[in-house]
Design a protein around this ligand. Sequence first.
Ligand SMILES: [Zn+2]
Length: 244
Amino acid sequence: MIIIIFLLGLCIGSFLNVLICRLPCGQSADGRSKCPRCRKTLSWHELVPLASFLIQKGRCRGCAKKISWQYPALELVTAAFFVFVYTPENFVLNALLFVSVSTMIVVFMIDLQYGLILDAVIWPSAILVGILQVLTGASIFNLLSAVLVAGGFFALQWVFSKGRWIGDGDIGLGILMGLILGWPNILSALFFAYVGGAFISLFLLALRKKTLKSAVPFGVFLAPATLVALLWGSELIKWYLSTI
Ligand SMILES: [Zn+2]
């Protein structure tokens, strides 16, 4: 079964690559993929996740242009996450986990490369996650509390800073995070995001890679923090409650 989940992860990862390439430029996700240099339409055997990259030694068969290592890397990362979160014999829960992992990978990559959090990513995912949560029997009151806390937290910052501290995309991402994690796990995601964000910012400041004024794409911290909270958030909360 693990092999099947791994292969499923590779295929979904390949689809996430398409979304990450196309959505920020306003292109639709359907239609065949082309080589970005020679525009050669890729055939099915050039689109097999991971295998095509290895067989073609990382080059386009049309023009021999190097294919970015980002594509196979993202397929592998997605597959690894799928194997890691997989819960035997619970179809709906697995669907929920896979959708959550996939969305956060896309949010992370697009915010990292373009500084954007796209409505076209957030809202379809939020609807799907909401439906799957209800199907798993999660408490709607619990989910709405988490949505209100995270969405409200970012909305307040957005209003007070007039959009300078965070973008309005972060509000939508907050709502999605609330739906994925529920209460009180949403708090561990915010904790991980701020602690991680602070450490990495100090590190980059020390390396003089950025100044205090440079804008931070906050989704780059929120998305991994959501995944960490999804995997270990309840342990953090247990530990915290045991220390007070
Ligand atoms: Zn080419």
